[in-house]
Design a binder for this molecule. Structure first.
Ligand SMILES: [Ca+2]
Length: 142
């Protein structure tokens, strides 16, 4: 079944879903200057793959994919900014570890945990907030 108008009462949100029982759900959403195409795990509704057009120029420029357990628990999350084939940020929830690809090499994320907004990365001897480093290398909110 193809559905539409999932944006609810917000006129700035337009969504189109392909939702077939027993199969992953595909949802195309345009909202607030960004567009995304997402595939969700069939039984849990957790996102598996998200393609993002973060500046709404009609070109997808961000890829996020996740490894999930059968019950939808997030195991690994990978983000590629610019969709250049080089992953930029990896979180491994089983190992409670993360890495950022910065200036040609992988840097370990520090201070992961329940207070993830305070996570940091050491860049050339300087301890920087993870959020700031990800923004610098191309992560865009969407
Ligand atoms: Ca990349």
């Amino acid at each position: 079944m193809v559905g539409c108008a999932l944006g609810g009462s917000d006129p700035d949100v337009v969504s189109e879903a392909i939702d077939v029982p027993g199969l992953p759900t595909v949802l195309l959403t345009s909202a607030k200057g960004t567009t995304s195409l997402a595939v969700y795990q069939a039984n849990t509704g957790q996102p598996v793959v998200v393609l993002g057009d973060t500046d709404n120029d009609g070109i997808f420029d961000m890829l996020t994919y996740s490894s999930l357990s059968a019950d939808g628990e997030l195991l690994v999350d990978v983000e590629d900014y610019g969709m250049d084939g080089q992953p930029d940020f990896i979180l491994n929830f089983e190992k409670n570890s993360g890495s950022v690809y910065y200036d040609g090499s992988w840097r370990e994320v520090r201070d992961l945990g329940p207070n993830t907004p305070r996570a940091t990365v050491e860049i050339d001897g300087e301890i920087r907030l993870l959020h700031d480093v990800l923004t610098e290398i191309g992560r865009r909110p969407f």
